[in-house]
Design a protein around this ligand. Structure first.
Ligand SMILES: [Zn+2]
Ligand SMILES: [Zn+2]
Length: 447
């Protein structure tokens, strides 16, 4: 790594957060031609939640309120607001159908569906079904499907039909609602049926256009495109990007196998992935991730150090992830001489990527281990609340137990240890945590 070249720093115009991780920031202009402003992931999420709440609370409330008040000149405004409310409710099942269409076509064409996200915001229910991780979220707006596959024959064609399936669903539904209108025209009356047919056609028309319009936008998962953008982009993908996508497939398979505790299968995926992409930093990183889960912490640390010192320029997000992982390995190795490096690396990673629950969790755990309990606990609590993975949650619960033990709060410490055991009885950090809990807290110990 060339230390003389400082990375470009991006600043969030709302909260002032400074970070080198360019891909996580949304770019905005106040008006066409204005200077580009950057918005950090945390502020993006906040704004999305606020606007969703305003839409889903304000519009229905105003609509119902005006209707009840029955003020004659405002009758048409009330009607429009109620119409909008109906559409906002109808859009929820339509998003579900859209994502399911992507999922079904991907599965039919032999691609691998790793996850389906329905809605946005905080996770409400997470479960595994048909080999897919389903995650239903609180806010009824948005959805996403995580699809990947090895670079094989017909790779682009498979992806083409998979991306097309979403927007096509809306065209098919438009045709269905049109058919309903024809039937109604032929003699069946009933005003609400007419309204449903018209709303259904309009809504699916809008959804079709929104999804087919080629537009790239950012999210904290990086820059992503609409279905239309993906369809256009598919046939102009460079050799480098195809290679990148192939590596990503092996990484996703490995992580999925580890989360399922299928360590033999995970090992096979790593071997295949590393044979095809021996120098890929994220592929090497996932080997370290595997070693952590196999409790080979010293080997994991060496692997993560290898990622950090790899020749060539590392993407900032990969560099900070490697630093986070070294810090975590140092901490679980329980070697006091490695703590200063854990502190330095986890601080840098957290400074640049505070929105990443994994990184916040590591920072929190390192702070607790160093005795800065009050600084570390809020980070661990946030990480615990937002982590959808049971094993990850169990680890965070262990470090929260350690924090409460350090405060001399034994009841809470035992409660957290119990939570960790409930989430993952085989949690590798549990024995160490319980050993600590059997000793007097450091503050209570005579100096
Ligand atoms: Zn911000
Ligand atoms: Zn889609």
């Amino acid at each position: 790594m060339d230390e003389s070249v400082a990375p470009k720093i991006y600043t969030c115009y709302k909260c002032g957060l400074e970070s080198a991780v360019e891909r996580a920031f949304a770019r905005e202009r106040a008006f066409p031609g204005a200077r580009v402003k950057f918005l950090c992931p945390k502020c993006q999420v906040k704004r999305h939640q606020q606007s969703t709440l305003i839409f889903y609370v304000l519009i229905p409330a105003l609509g119902i309120g005006l209707t009840l008040l029955d003020i004659k000149p405002l009758a048409s405004v009330a009607r429009i607001l109620l119409e909008l409310t109906t559409m906002m409710v109808l859009v929820i099942p339509l998003i579900f159908v859209h994502e399911l269409a992507h999922t079904a076509v991907a599965a039919l064409t032999g691609l691998r569906v790793f996850a389906v996200l329905l809605g946005s915001g905080r996770s409400l229910v997470a479960f595994r079904w048909l080999g897919i991780n389903w995650n239903v979220r609180v806010l009824p707006v948005g959805g996403a499907t995580l699809i990947s596959g090895p670079r094989s024959r017909g790779y682009r064609i498979r992806l083409f039909f998979t991306y097309l399936a979403g927007p096509l669903t809306h065209l098919a539904l438009m045709a269905g609602f049109f058919f309903l209108m024809v039937i109604l025209y032929l003699g069946f009356q009933g005003e609400w049926l007419w309204r449903m047919a018209i709303n259904g056609m309009a809504l699916n028309g809008i959804l079709f256009l929104v999804n087919i319009f080629p537009k790239k936008f950012s999210s904290n998962a990086g820059h992503i495109g609409t279905d239309g953008w993906q369809l256009l982009h598919l046939f102009s993908m460079s050799e480098k990007e195809l290679n990148e996508r192939d590596a990503t497939y092996y990484i996703l398979e490995t992580v999925d196998a580890i989360q399922q505790s299928k360590m033999d299968r995970a090992k096979q995926w790593i071997e295949r992935g590393l044979t095809l992409h021996p120098q890929h930093p994220m592929m090497v990183n996932v080997l370290g991730f595997f070693q952590v889960h196999a409790r080979e912490y010293a080997a994991a640390r060496e692997t993560f150090l290898q990622v950090l010192s790899a020749p060539g320029e590392l993407k900032p997000e990969v560099r900070y992830m490697a630093m986070n992982n070294i810090a975590f390995s140092n901490m679980v190795l329980n070697d006091v001489s490695l703590l200063p490096q854990a502190d330095e690396y986890s601080a840098q990673a957290y400074q640049n990527m505070p929105w990443e629950p994994l990184i916040a969790g590591t920072r929190g755990a390192v702070l607790v281990r160093m005795g800065r309990v009050e600084d570390g606990m809020p980070l661990l609590r946030t990480a615990f609340a937002s982590n959808p993975d049971k094993k990850g949650k169990a680890a965070e619960a262990c470090f929260l137990a350690e924090a409460e033990w350090r405060r001399g709060n034994m009841t809470e410490a035992r409660r957290w240890a119990g939570t960790a055991r409930g989430l993952d009885p085989a949690c590798p950090y549990l024995p160490e945590t319980e050993r600590r809990l059997g000793e007097p807290a450091p503050e209570k110990r005579p100096q």
